[in-house]
Write a protein that binds this ligand. Structure first.
Ligand code: CU1
Ligand code: CU1
Length: 288
């Protein structure tokens, strides 16, 4: 049956409680840290050799779509009525708004050590110990807006500029690509300072703490952020009827991107599904 993903600000108290309970149970079962580890292991950048699947690549969108579906299945094994809500950071921009409430994700980190002190994912609540990370420390960290070098959440206009691009992605299909919906949304920018981080990337920077690197999955907001990013892919498809995932065919042997990106009909690790098969989610879930 097709289920729905809702705006986090529209969840009822009971829906919030069920989402949090399911997340904590997936963590308790040890499954959650496998998701963190998988994301760290797929953190391959332009500068490294080999196939890029999750980031700095066209398959950024289908990769995270599959990743969210796996987490959602883990949540639904605990409570079949739960799905991942999305955080519309163009509207809910205040540090006290959804999803940062005490009954959901908790709030900002404290200034001394960035430790999150409120809500069910605070270390002191005893159910969210960080185990898989690139740095030490067992507590979840956030640093909203990066006070030492302030950064703002992306605006509706900035997101719309990405959605307006009619091309899905463009050669060289990496972080240096200057146009194409995928990189405008993923957000490897070309300016200096804050302009280096656009849309999706800027949100990771704004939350700060664990959201900064490959271990960003440790912060449950990762999923709410990526559900909203995933929704943009659907919006882009509706805006540009017939526009498809690119590249359609694998780059040839003389192309520097040969075997470094996943083409539309190639199998995407670790799932072995093709981007083409992930373009339409309407038989699995809908956004409301
Ligand atoms: Cu990611
Ligand atoms: Cu991300």
């Amino acid at each position: 049956m097709v289920y729905t993903r809702k705006n986090v600000s529209a969840l009822t108290g009971a829906e919030r409680r069920r989402f949090v309970t399911a997340m904590l149970e997936v963590k308790r079962r040890g499954e959650y840290d496998e998701f963190v580890r998988r994301h760290i292991d797929h953190y391959v950048s332009d500068g490294e050799g080999g196939l890029r699947t999750a980031h700095m690549a066209p398959s950024f969108l289908p990769w995270h779509r599959c990743f969210l579906l796996d987490l959602e299945q883990a949540l639904q094994r605990v409570d079949p009525g739960v799905s991942v809500p999305y955080w519309d950071w163009t509207r809910d921009r205040a540090p006290a708004s959804a999803p940062w409430t005490k009954d959901l994700l908790g709030g900002n980190g404290r200034s001394s050590d960035r430790q999150v002190m409120t809500g069910p994912f605070a270390y002191a609540a005893g159910k969210w110990t960080i185990k898989e990370a690139v740095t030490d420390g067992e507590f979840l960290m956030r640093e909203f807006g990066r006070p030492r070098r302030p950064i703002q959440l992306p605006t509706r206009e900035e997101l719309n500029a990405a959605l307006a691009d009619p091309l899905y992605d463009k050669a060289p299909f990496d972080s240096t690509t200057r146009s194409g919906f995928r990189n405008r949304l993923e957000g490897w920018g070309h300016g200096t300072g804050n302009a280096t981080w656009e849309n999706h990337n800027r949100v990771h920077r704004w939350v700060g703490g664990h959201m900064l690197g490959g271990a960003s999955v440790n912060d449950p907001v990762f999923w709410l952020h990526h559900a909203f990013v995933d929704l943009q892919w659907s919006r882009w498809q509706k805006k540009h009827r017939g526009a498809r995932y690119l590249p359609e065919r694998p780059p040839g042997p003389s192309d520097p991107q040969h075997r470094r990106v996943v083409a539309r009909h190639e199998k995407m690790p670790p799932w072995g599904v093709t981007p083409a098969s992930m373009e339409d989610h309407s038989r699995i879930y809908r956004y409301v």
